[in-house]
Design a protein around this ligand. Structure first.
Ligand code: SF4
Ligand code: SF4
Length: 152
């Protein structure tokens, strides 16, 4: 449930502040991405519609809201909590599922483009850390079961 991920007292302050709405790049550029509405609905216990909304995946995680917040809280916490809940229920956009599958398979979210790296005189990319990641994932799955991994 959301109350295990969010501090509702801080969210009540958000409902009065609304500063995030005016600086968030997603709010400013994406129609329907509205921190004020999300916070209002969470506080009213009426957040189910956001679990299936594409908007919760449109947070850039730029931390701009965290930086300006006088509570050092940040609207991103609400979006992260909603995405976590959506992932636990298996409600993820296809792009997120594809990204997760690729990360598990290769340890990367994309393959390095070698000709471009060469052209820019960039060094050879380092190892992806895939083996270490898979070990950690195995430990996590053993401890927690398969709950919470977006690709499951
Ligand atoms: S997260 Fe901080 S800046 Fe954003 S609305 Fe809440 S109190 Fe205001
Ligand atoms: S972290 Fe997300 S919610 Fe916060 S300002 Fe950036 S895009 Fe907006």
């Amino acid at each position: 449930m959301l109350d295990t991920h969010l501090d509702f007292k801080l969210l009540e302050m958000c409902a009065r502040c609304e500063a995030c709405y005016h600086i968030c790049p997603s709010s400013l550029n994406i129609e329907g991405y509205d921190p004020r509405a999300v916070i209002k609905d969470i506080l009213a216990g009426d957040y189910e519609k956001w679990i299936t909304s594409k908007h919760i995946w449109q947070c850039l995680e730029c931390h701009h809201c965290l930086e300006i917040c006088f509570q050092h809280y940040g609207f991103e916490n609400a979006m992260t909590a909603l995405r976590t809940l959506a992932a636990k229920r298996g409600v993820t956009p296809p792009q997120v599922k594809r990204g997760w599958d690729m990360f598990v398979k290769t340890g990367r979210l994309g393959e390095p483009i070698m000709p471009a790296r060469k052209k820019l005189s960039l060094p050879e990319p380092g190892a992806s850390g895939k083996e270490e990641f898979l070990k950690l994932l195995g430990v996590y799955r053993e401890a927690k079961g398969r709950e919470g991994t977006p690709a499951e």
